[in-house]
Design a protein around this ligand. Structure first.
Ligand SMILES: NC(=O)c1ccc[n+]([C@@H]2O[C@H](COP(=O)([O-])OP(=O)(O)OC[C@H]3O[C@@H](n4cnc5c(N)ncnc54)[C@H](OP(=O)(O)O)[C@@H]3O)[C@@H](O)[C@H]2O)c1
Length: 263
């Protein structure tokens, strides 16, 4: 991918799922990676092992950092550590997130709502601000990819908190893109559809459920973590140099279709 080799990139939430898929694609492309995790030590070790083996061919280097984004006050130190690993960063992928499913009436005081917003929205907002300020101070360009969701655009029952966090992420990405265009700091959104990951495998790979989704998704299949990695590589690379403030929806056509009965 154009201009990607040697770029220094922080990926949050790389211990499983989409973040691990992104790490593998970016390692294949020769990026130097700072991989973040929270609790899943086994998962981050697996990602690191895969990335190190890809790096033998591509020259990619890797380092790992832990942080719990529930503790927002720990973000400045976390970011400073990530920035210093390779003496600067060229890219930030805000991928870490939680999928909270609860009906609004079961969360009357918004406890789960607030926690979801902290991890999925406040944390990426603050990390992006820190990244942009560091790039401006260092007089360098940068690219941010915010991993949102189709729930930012079209949602359903149980997802008040999740959809609000992702719609908010879409919104701040546009504002930050506008504010930081003058510094050549790009901010784009990846909006994945349904992508089976370790967390969801038991449900989504169950044959009846898989059949239902395959019939609903125009492309006839789920997305893969590698699909998301390839899109992220594009958004970080010079192939998307004039793209900022955009939402790249990757969902096999799911939300383009609308809610019409299947003919
Ligand atoms: N899979 C899908 O179908 C899909 C679709 C649309 C969007 N997304 C988005 O993709 C992103 C990754 O999700 P995934 O599906 O790949 O799920 P996942 O495998 O559960 O990955 C979530 C990642 O976020 C990290 N994380 C969770 N809570 C955290 C906290 N308090 N502080 C810091 N990091 C935390 C996890 O770290 P530890 O496990 O190490 O604690 C993990 O690395 C999320 O933003 C999600 O909304 C997923």
């Amino acid at each position: 991918m154009k201009g990607l080799k040697g770029k220094r990139v922080l990926i949050t939430g790389a211990s499983s799922g989409i973040g691990a898929g992104m790490a593998k694609v970016l390692a294949r492309e020769g990026c130097h990676l700072v991989l973040h995790y929270n609790r899943n030590q086994t998962g981050i070790k697996q990602t690191m092992k895969a990335v190190e083996s890809l790096g033998l061919e591509s020259g990619s280097k890797v380092s790992v950092l832990q942080c719990d984004f529930k503790a927002l006050e720990s973000l400045p130190k976390f970011f400073d550590q990530a920035w210093s690993v390779f003496s600067g960063l060229d890219g930030l992928v805000n991928n870490a997130g939680i999928v909270s499913k609860v009906t609004a009436l079961k969360d009357p005081f918004g406890k789960q709502f607030a926690e979801t917003l902290n991890i999925n929205l406040h944390a990426p907002y603050q990390l992006s601000n820190a990244f942009a300020q560091a790039c401006i101070d260092a007089k360098k360009t940068g690219a941010i990819v915010n991993n949102s969701s189709i729930h930012g655009q079209a949602t359903c029952e149980w997802f008040s908190a999740y959809a609000a966090s992702k719609a908010g992420l879409d919104a701040i990405s546009k504002v930050q893109a506008v504010e930081w265009g003058q510094y050549q700091i790009r901010v784009n959104v990846l909006a994945p559809g349904v992508v089976p990951v370790e967390r969801t495998d038991a449900i989504l790979l169950e044959p009846e459920m898989a059949e239902k989704w395959q019939a609903t998704i125009p492309a006839g299949r789920y997305g893969t973590t590698e699909d998301m990695g390839e899109a992220t590589a594009f958004l970080l690379s010079d192939a998307s140099a004039w793209m900022t403030g955009s939402i790249l929806t990757m969902d096999g056509g799911l939300i383009a279709r609308g809610n019409y009965p299947i003919r």
